[in-house]
Every structure is written in C-alpha cells, then in structure tokens.
Design a protein around this ligand. Sequence first.
Ligand code: ADP
Length: 487
Amino acid sequence: MQSNKSRGSIRGRMVAVYLIVTTVALLAIAYVTSGLVESFLVNQRTETQSEETVRLAFELAPEMGTENTENVYQLISERAQTMNGRILVLDTDAVVLVDSASYQNGFHLPYREVRDVLIGAKQSSYGFHRITRDDAETGAEASYWAVYYTAPIVHDGLYVGAVLFSSMLQDVEDSVRDIMMQISMTFLLVMIVMAVLSFGMSGIVAKPIVELTNAIRRMSKKGGVRVEIKGTDETAELGRAINRMSEQIEAHDRVRDEFVSNASHELKTPLATMKVLSETILYEEHPDPAMMKEFFQDVNHEVDRLSRVITDLLRLVKIDETESGELAAVPVRLDAVTERVVKRLMPLADKKGIKLHASTREVTVMGEDLRLEQVAINLIENAIKYTDEGSVSVYVAVENKEALLRVKDTGIGIPEEAQAHLFERFYRVDKARSRGTGGTGLGLSIVEKIVAVHGGYMEVESEAGKGSTFTAHFPLGSTQMGGGEEA
Ligand code: ADP
C-alpha cells in the first residue's frame, strides 16, 4: 500500500518534470521559429515591393510636369491593380496629387518615409503603419498592418514629387499564424506522446526502487535476503550494495553466534570440571585429606582459568565498544611501556630458562598507556609460552614512518594454514597446549583490536618449528611526526 503510494509520487514527479521540460523547450522553439519566419517573410516582401515602387517612380517621371493628370491616374490605377495595393503620387510638398483610390487628393502626408525621399536622402524608403479599415465581409472595423513604400520621382534631374505605394501585410501575418497553428498542433501531439512515454518510462525507473525497498523491508525481518541484479546501471549498483550489506549482516550474525557459543563453552568447561571434582569429594564417606587437597588444587586451578577467561572477555567487550575516535589518546612512550613489561615478565622467562631481552629507542605514539601495555604483555607472554628453548627478543623502533613493536621468538612457530586465523576469538593452534599454559584463545584478538583502534595493524611471520615474529605497527605520535629516525 505504502510502496504503491511512494511509487506513485515518484512517477507523478517524473512525469511532471518531463512535461515541464518539454513545454519550456517547445515554447522556446515556437517563439524563435515564428520570429524567424515572420522576419524572413516580411524582409522578402519589402525588398521586392521597394524595387517595384522605385521602378514605378521611374515610369511616372515623363508623365509629370503636365497639368493633365489623367495619364498619371491611368497608369497608377492600372498598377494598383496588378501590384495589389494603393498608389498615390505626391508633389514635393508631400501633398497628394493623384490617388489610385481617388479620395485623398489634396491631403498632406507627413510620413517619415515620404520626407526621406523628398529631401533626397534616400532612393527608396518604407514604413509600417497600423491602419483601421472596415472588414470587407463583416463590415466591422478591424486594424491591419500596412507598409508604405516611397520613391522619389526625378524628371530631368529635378525632384518633381514622390510615389507612395501602400500594401497590406495581412497575408504575411496570416501565413505566420498558419505556421504557428501547425506548430502548435504538432507540439500538442508531441506533449501527448511525451506524457504517455514519460509515464511508461518513470514506471521502468521506479520499479527497481520499489523492488529494492521491498527487499530491504524483508531483510529487516529476516536475514539471507538477496535482490536480483539486472543490468549495470545505478539501481543495479544499489542492489549490489544491498546484497553486500545483507552478506555483512549475516557474517556479523555468524561471528556473534559463534562467539556466544564459544564463550559459553569456555565458561562451562571449567564449571563442569569443578562440579565433577566437588561431587567426588561430596559423595566420599571419609575422604583422604591428601586426595582432598589435590582435588582442591584442581578446583583452584579451574577457578583461575575461569577468571582469566572472564577478564579477557571483559577486555575484549570493552575494546570492542571503543571506536578509534573515542580513545583517550595522549602521547605515550612505546619504548618505556615495553621496557616496563619486559622487566615484569623477566621472572617468567627465567623460570623457563629462556633469554628475554629488549632493544628499544625513543618512540612516541598517540594512545592509551594501559592498552598499549596490554599489547606488549600479550605478545611477550605468548612468545615465552610458545617457546621451549632459546630466546625472545623485543624491539621498539621506527620504520617507514611507522612506530613498531616487534616480538621475535625461537619457539614452536605457527603452521602456515593457521596463520590466517590467529586473531580470531578463541582460536588456538594447539588447544591442549594453550589450555595447559593457561591460554584463553583471546589474547591475540585483544591485541589486534587495541592496535586497530590506535590506527595500526598487525603482521605475523612464522615458520613451524623455527619461531615466530609478531609486529604491531602504529602511526607515529604527533611529537614524532616528521622527527628524524636518527634519535
Ligand atoms: P592463547 O591464549 O591461546 O595464547 P592467543 O590469542 O594469544 O591465545 O593466541 C592464539 C593462538 O596462537 C595460540 O593458541 C597459539 O596456538 C598461537 N600463538 C600465539 N602466539 C604464538 C607464538 N609466539 N608462537 C607460536 N604460536 C603462537
């Protein structure tokens, strides 16, 4: 219901836009065309009639100068017929001598085009006049455009008068009106076709939008929705983006489900062990104190483990909630943090007979001291945990305008196929070994998260049996931006 409404309004708007654009375009075309046609026709007309008037003046010249105007009248009334107009002959004072319609004799005609030729300024001239006349058919008064053409009459080198030829422009106006009429009819037809076409076209454009909207609506109810992609246009691109988003939502759901089931498994295992142990003691009539002590040691061990898992989970959740912008970042000396951690973990390395040494230079990064410390702890602890003999070397340095914390061990290494999964939550290469050393499988995911919110990234190099190198890359802190690498 609602989708149809939105579709309707999109279509309506599109049709309206099409029609407005077409109307404006057609009106502009009509305006320009009618102007051009009119001026072309009028120009053509005035040019030929001007020439005819000049020729007439030339013919009239020998007839002038005599008192008898009969010949002049004969000539002009005949020409008035063939030239389809009215002809007047004026004297040099612009007074009518002879009129082919013979009712304006003696009138003074003070028109510009008459003056133009009488003072000898021009060989011919014309002017437009709006005249009112009784319509021949209806008898009603109507006004028309007329053109008055003039030419001087020269006899023996003397100006003896002028000829005025008056011609109607109505036929030109009529043809322009006819043309306009035809154009209007054509345009009306075009508009109707445009309306139908644009209605159809807007349907084609609006359809995928409606389909996509429906798909998104379905998606918000349940996952796994995919829209069908047709073509390569913007709507197809939108469809692809929606599918990608749907995939991401599903992947996100999957990761979350997996995490929840892994987390509950990690929490339940120590609890189950503890229950078995405590029940054993509970149902024993007279438990042996030595055995009881051993059992309690085991329970204690499980409690420690549980607490480690919970601590790591809380850490992960907390860092998960932190966006990089929300970090309370201050300049932190990465070298000082690392030295501190190395010192603290020295007894652990000593206990395993592993050499632990650090080589650092002054490096400042922007970040949170305790979180950076967590990165160093997890990486160095892992290196010690997964190394049976040899050494763990820790470096803090600047390379390629990046701060880095590198932890290198000569331990068991990580098989190639496992390297891609190291940073996944609860992932362990060797579950038994990890558990045995108190691992939770969350250490590296916490490391990666912390490094990421600091704007950095992790890098692993390892060969099974030979050792591993974990490197955390960080952007340099502002105090060290552009600072030389020589310090
Ligand atoms: P855990 O708590 O199990 O150590 P981590 O997330 O820290 O979990 O590490 C995930 C897995 O990566 C470990 O279980 C281990 O198999 C492997 N790993 C991590 N660091 C090293 C290392 N320095 N050498 C070899 N394997 C390592």
